[in-house]
Design a binder for this molecule. Structure first.
Ligand code: MG
Length: 383
């Protein structure tokens, strides 16, 4: 790895792990975080979780797994240029969606609605819960015992109330401080990845058209350039060429804007970054505006497309039916949940029970949730 700036996260300024462990012999602490994430069950399940399209709609679309890998790729490229910690960037990127429910945002909204009397459901918090508590892989501790910096990066936002309950990792929301640069970076790399791959998947699925996208400056500008340079190129390749150039424009703007902000503020330490009063990683105002327009466009034309809405409505119904059934009778949950159920039931009553049900549902893949729904409600499956 190239030399890190002193304000980048590193082993010398790390806030360490919750449970002390001696340093790995041949890896950095953040490589170890990444490796633990890659070996986790929640990470493998991302392969069968929806981004926009339900997992079984086609093998060509993005899933949460390929999305996370794209975020890691974009994040690492930028981290290296900026001289900040590439390993940490990668580990945050690969972990950032671990807490996602099946069926993308429709699933998250439905579960949040189900949990409204029990503290709500938020996928950021759930990602943290996965790495802090839910993974059961190590003899010495529950969860993955990741470094503070990876955990801080996973927790993109949270309410003050929640922050108070979370302790050290929530403290910055109370104090109004920034996270490290690697966390700031992944937050934006996430947006670059999904905005652009949703354009690509939207066109591939036929739910979006090139004509519609002509109102989006980011798209149209690159489309004109590609068409002028390669007038006979088949449409499919034109689209890929445009999308890759769109990503490049956004990445370039982010690198240049962030570099200028870092130079202007001249942080000396990680503490300077945290106390800067604003994020140092960011887009120019112009690019931020273009991004907002693209986001709005995708919301109105892709995420609200009637075919996607039908899927979302159905997905929401599956989630809330499962939730209600498990809340009414928690002994319908698989037996591995009973110990925790008894424990939380004693401590927190129905709120604890609801949290276990939410953990179970959030951990499902799209296809498992559909199968579970059939097992629970299909009269043809009484045997
Ligand atoms: Mg994401």
């Amino acid at each position: 790895m190239p030399d890190l700036h002193p304000y980048a996260a590193s082993e010398s300024n790390s806030s360490g792990r919750l449970f002390f462990e001696s340093s790995p012999d041949y890896r950095s602490e953040y490589q170890r975080d990444r490796d633990r994430i890659v070996h986790s069950a929640a990470f493998r399940r991302l392969e069968y979780k929806t981004q926009v399209f339900v997992n079984h709609e086609g093998d060509m679309f993005r899933t949460r797994l390929t999305h996370s890998i794209e975020v890691a790729q974009i994040g690492r490229s930028i981290a290296r240029v900026l001289g900040i910690n590439e390993d940490l960037t990668e580990s945050i990127a690969l972990a950032h969606d671990l807490g996602h429910t099946p069926f993308g945002h429709a699933g998250q909204d439905a579960l949040n609605q189900c949990m409204k009397d029990f503290g709500g459901f938020e996928h950021n918090l759930q990602s943290l819960r996965v790495v802090d508590e839910l993974e059961e892989r190590y003899a010495e501790f529950s969860g993955l015992n990741l470094t503070f910096e990876t955990r801080e990066g996973i927790l993109k936002h949270c309410s003050t109330q929640r922050a108070l309950e979370l302790g050290d990792v929530g403290q910055r929301f109370i104090d109004g401080r920034q996270p490290g640069l690697e966390a700031q970076l992944v937050n934006l790399a996430d947006g670059i990845a999904y905005n652009n791959h949703d354009v690509d998947d939207g066109l591939r699925s036929g739910l979006l058209s090139i004509e519609q996208l002509s109102e989006i400056h980011l798209f149209q500008e690159q489309y004109d350039i590609v068409n002028a340079a390669y007038p006979t190129l088949p449409q499919r390749r034109v689209i890929h060429e445009v999308v890759r150039r769109m990503i490049n424009c956004q990445v370039t703007d982010l690198i240049e804007t962030s570099t200028a902000r870092i130079v202007a503020l001249a942080p000396q330490t990680l503490a300077d970054v945290r106390n800067a009063g604003q994020a140092l990683i960011g887009f120019s105002d112009e690019m931020a505006e273009h991004n907002q327009r693209l986001k709005r466009f995708l919301r109105n034309n892709l995420y609200q497309h009637y075919k996607v809405r039908r899927m979302s409505t159905k997905a929401g119904r599956i989630i809330s039916s499962l939730f209600r059934a498990f809340i009414d009778d928690s002994r319908l949950l698989p037996p591995d949940y009973y110990d925790r159920l008894d424990l939380l039931d004693k401590g927190q009553g129905s709120t604890g029970q609801a949290r276990i049900v939410a953990d179970y549902i959030a951990g499902m893949t799209d296809r498992f949730a559909i199968g579970e729904y059939e097992r629970m409600f299909d009269p043809g499956q009484l045997t």
